[in-house]
Design a protein around this ligand. Structure first.
Ligand code: FRU
Length: 477
């Protein structure tokens, strides 16, 4: 049955069929969330890259629509943004109605060339027309891509952040009309400079109490990220209308996700007032994305995440909270206290969300083992000696894609609470720890759809106590 094949995610977006990579043009407009995505409508490996399209009213139930912007003989349609042109600043909107403008990278293979181009939709994203004056921004270089475009309320102009992948730089541009772009500044090289820099995104993030805000500059690195292959680092700081300046507070640099499978995440434009910044990423890694044995599709997105900024004794932190409220079904409280090495918490064959607060007493390492059969499991653990969170999927699956067997690690803070928040779907485990200040997303591709969740601990003799909540999540298909 459609959307019920082995490994088919039940609470994450995946295309009905064929290849998908990065999310593109996330935007809310007239009651709909739009998810465009890098898509090969003709095959299950990268090629003929076009913008696929899906819409939702709750960020979880997606309805896939026909290809929005197709590749042509002359150009592949690489990653980019969609904005709502409320006031017809581009002079491309008809009948004095707001229209949607896509700013994408027009990619040419021979000769190798990338420049930024526009397409316009007058009908809520259903059909698109390329702008006659394309490209609108060309540096005459082979690699120059992934424009993240937003309306900047402080400067009252459009702001673009776009990547020079091999220079490990992003460039900021401003425009009054989305057509004429003026360079403002560059950022980088900084922190991790291996591979290429891709998919930059600049987001304004309020503190949890809503009283302040900072900017987060998120930059994809591929290959050579912390986790191997593709991954994403962020910088927190200020943007004064010209320059992004990284904050000097501790915590102003980190990895958006410490797992292997979150890449090219971008945030929604034009969200309704009061909705927090919301991020969706590609839940995959370029190391093996085209080798995963899923049929008839390849590629899926992360769960949407609300973002906030935390400031505490440790400094700054980016907080991610998964969006699941619309699909939470049955809820069960969990209370456990263990002195023995392991105990089964529950079994299920449904997608599941779990929140746990842990008082480890004198246990050194503790966490969960997620068994799909007695010989296959994924382990999510906290080691208090090293203060690290880890996800180990080396025993999770029978699939043999290169670099898939892996254990990912993230530093934790001794001062933040020891809690875990997990989203378990048919082929993935997303972990949020310490109040969402650390995220770790990994595909697991387990051997069955059955799950036995075991709590484990090592060392110590005093009872380890867990209080938590478990929700069965309703399939979105
Ligand atoms: C990142 C990326 C982007 C590019 C797109 C092509 O995954 O390489 O830089 O625009 O994929 O599909």
């Amino acid at each position: 049955a459609p959307y019920n094949e082995p490994f088919r995610p039940q609470v994450h977006f995946s295309p009905r069929e064929r290849w998908m990579n990065d999310p593109n043009g996330l935007v809310f407009f007239e009651g709909e969330y739009h998810l465009f995505f890098q898509h090969n409508p003709l095959g299950d490996t990268p090629g003929h890259i076009s913008w696929g399209h899906a819409v939702s009213t709750d960020l979880l139930h997606w309805h896939e629509l026909p290809v929005a912007i197709p590749a042509t003989d002359k150009e592949l349609v690489f990653t980019g943004s969609v904005v709502v042109d409320e006031k017809n600043s581009s002079h491309q909107c008809e009948n004095h109605q707001p229209c949607l403008v896509a700013i994408y990278t027009a990619h040419n293979d021979t000769p190798h060339h990338e420049a930024q181009a526009l397409a316009v939709s007058q009908d809520r994203g259903r059909t698109w027309k390329r702008f006659s004056g394309n490209p609108v921004l060309d540096r005459n270089v082979p690699e120059f891509r992934d424009p993240g475009v937003t309306w900047n309320d402080e400067t009252k102009s459009w702001l673009m952040v776009v990547s020079l992948p091999n220079d490990h730089k992003v460039v900021f541009y401003t425009s009054p009309d989305l057509i004429e772009w003026t360079e403002l500044s560059t950022f980088g090289p900084a922190a991790t400079v291996s591979g290429q820099w891709e998919c930059p995104n600049l987001l304004k993030i309020p503190t949890a109490d809503g009283k302040q805000s900072l900017y987060a500059l998120k930059i994809g690195v591929n290959p050579g990220s912390l986790q191997g292959g593709s991954g994403e680092q962020y910088f927190l700081g200020t943007f004064d209308g010209h320059h992004f300046t990284q904050s000097s507070d501790p915590g102003s640099h980190g990895w958006t996700d410490y797992g292997k499978d979150s890449y090219c995440a971008i945030s929604f434009n034009h969200l309704p007032a009061g909705e927090p910044p919301t991020l969706i990423g590609w839940m995959d890694d370029w190391q093996y994305a085209d080798k995963l044995p899923t049929v008839p599709w390849r590629g899926q997105m992360t769960i949407p995440r609300h973002l906030a900024l935390l400031k505490d004794a440790d400094g700054l932190a980016l907080q991610q909270t998964p969006v699941t409220a619309p699909i939470r079904a049955k809820s069960t409280s969990l209370v456990a206290s263990i002195t023995q090495p392991t105990t089964t918490l529950f079994t299920t064959d449904q997608p599941t969300e779990l929140t746990l607060t842990i008082d480890p007493a004198d246990a050194q390492t503790f966490g969960l083992r997620l068994y799909s059969d007695p010989a296959h499991w994924t382990e999510v653990a906290i080691d208090r000696t090293t203060m690290k969170l880890s996800t180990d999927r080396t025993h999770a699956t029978n699939i043999t894609a290169p670099d898939f067997p892996a254990r990912t690690e993230a530093p934790l803070s001794p001062n933040r609470p020891l809690d875990l928040h997990l989203i378990l779907d048919r082929s993935s485990v997303e972990v949020f720890a310490q109040n969402g200040t650390t995220a770790m997303t990994n595909l697991t591709m387990p051997t069955t759809q059955n799950l036995r969740v075991e709590l484990f601990r090592t060392q110590g003799t005093h009872p380890l106590k867990v209080i938590g909540q478990r929700w069965t999540l309703r399939s979105v298909w």
